[in-house]
Design a protein around this ligand. Structure first.
Ligand SMILES: [Zn+2]
Length: 480
């Protein structure tokens, strides 16, 4: 609680002190006052976008807000001030900061200048309790903003060898530092985009990705997933991969500029906009991935034919299956049979959801029988998606015809089972049986499939057509 309050105070002080110093458009000081209510009462907090989509939680950070406050925040351009804070270092003992532009260390809670540094001159920061030290000398400040002198577009600041746009906010607490990169949402999207989609891809696909990444960032900020830690998003895949400006490319920056301020909204609010690599041919309904219905995350058909992940197979021996289950705390003894099945309360037919993805898998062992939902099966066996089917193979050794064949005389495996085994109980007998997952796609299947977006763009579709395909009944709204 104390920590949270401290950061809140710092954040508010900072905003008051530096509202005018960033390249922003209007309403800068509104950043922390703004609140967006999640759609349909669902709260995918802690938003992941790839392998672990968020699960709803009962707790709401927004309960204290009044309806009026929420509505006024929505009216003010969704409460967006075009500034976003990315946590790039938490619990840091020592950091090195410099700027090719030269920089000032400005007070986070007052208007003092705690030091000016010429081009590439380094400020080494550390903490003594709640006091920030620069180059070993006490500043007496618990919060400092390192701002490049030319705070226009193009200015850069370096932290531990990584270059960032915007400013670095350094906060000391209990002898440790929190380092936050504070920059415009647009510059953030430019940094993120090349990490999320190959820059050489079709410009319309890149534009669709820019809007999705911007929407995802805004939604996560509004959800306040990291607010208690003093920032809006982290820099890992938990939120979106971000490493400053190092990956920026002309094509992705162009796509960002071409879609400046555009986000997807549903009933006037920014949507939760997950995306993934490859759908396997069909995206998924939100409730079939993480239990909550969202009207704009519906299963749609998708051209996945360009994807390198369109078809995949992973093979395990019975012993490996037992071992992996056991490592996940699910010891079943010796595996006797395996089958696709419906999870409890699911209407899936024979364990297959409407999209074609698996619902759950039943493992029968000598010790116990367990049913594991497909999301967890994916995790336990490291599968690319839940869009899989299971079959068994009986291994057999074939003597090589010639000595020079490429397999060097090692055992070949014969597929002894028919390909489609949905709903069939696959008996596992003997040591020579392999369990094979045949699958399609890569990722959770929610929202835009990147390979599908590329296919649509290559077929002449525009970015807005792509987004409307993957996000049902959304509007594309301009924030600024
Ligand atoms: Zn995060």
């Amino acid at each position: 609680m104390m920590k949270k309050d401290l950061y809140k105070k710092i954040a508010q002080g900072m905003l008051a002190a530096f509202a005018g110093s960033l390249v922003i458009s209007g309403g800068a000081a509104m950043a922390e006052a703004s609140v967006i209510t999640p759609d349909t009462g669902t709260k995918p907090t802690n938003a992941h976008k790839r392998t672990n989509p968020p699960r709803p939680t009962g707790a709401s950070a927004h309960n204290e807000e009044t309806q009026a406050e929420q509505q006024s925040a929505v009216k003010k351009n969704y409460g967006v001030d075009n500034v976003i804070r990315i946590g790039i270092g938490d619990g840091v003992v020592k950091g090195v900061i410099s700027s090719v532009n030269g920089m000032n260390a400005l007070g986070g809670n007052d208007s003092h200048n705690y030091g000016s540094f010429k081009s590439n001159i380094v400020a080494s920061v550390s903490a003594e309790n709640n006091n920030i030290l620069i180059n070993g000398k006490s500043t007496g400040a618990s919060s400092l903003v390192f701002a490049p002198v030319e705070n226009a577009s193009g200015s850069k600041i370096k932290y531990n060898g990584h270059e960032y746009r915007g400013q670095l906010v350094v906060t000391a607490e209990g002898g440790k530092l929190l380092i936050v990169n504070r920059l415009s949402l647009e510059d953030y999207v430019k940094g993120v985009l090349p990490s999320e989609m190959t820059p050489s891809w079709n410009q319309e696909a890149l534009k669709a990705q820019a809007v999705a990444a911007r929407t995802f960032a805004l939604y996560t900020k509004n959800q306040k997933a990291h607010f208690g830690s003093g920032y809006d998003l982290c820099d890992s895949t938990h939120c979106q991969s971000y490493d400053g400006l190092v990956n920026e490319a002309d094509s992705t920056s162009l796509a960002t500029d071409a879609t400046m301020g555009l986000v997807m909204t549903y009933q006037g609010k920014p949507i939760y906009a997950p995306y993934h690599s490859s759908s396997g041919g069909s995206t998924e309904n939100s409730e079939d991935v993480w239990g909550n219905y969202l009207p704009y995350l519906r299963s749609v058909k998708d051209d996945d034919s360009q994807s390198p992940y369109h078809n995949w197979s992973v093979r395990f021996t019975a012993a490996q299956v037992q071992k992996l289950l056991s490592a996940a705390g699910k010891n079943i003894g010796q595996l006797k049979s395996i089958s696709m099945t419906a999870a409890q309360g699911s209407s899936s037919i024979n364990g297959v959801l409407a999209s074609g993805r698996a619902n759950a898998v039943k493992f029968v062992g000598t010790g116990q029988t367990i049913i594991i939902n497909a999301q967890d099966v994916r995790k336990i066996f490291g599968l690319k998606s839940t869009y899989f089917n299971i079959r068994t193979e009986r291994a057999a050794t074939i003597p090589p015809v010639k000595k020079d064949v490429k397999n060097n005389g090692s055992a070949n495996v014969i597929d002894a089972a028919p390909a489609a085994m949905h709903g069939t109980n696959l008996r596992v007998e003997g040591d020579n049986v392999a369990i094979v997952f045949d699958g399609h796609g890569f990722g959770h299947g929610l929202g835009m499939a990147q390979y599908g977006a590329k296919a649509m763009a290559d077929a002449g579709k525009k970015y807005d057509e792509i987004l409307h395909h993957y996000y049902t009944d959304v509007e594309i709204s301009k924030l600024y």
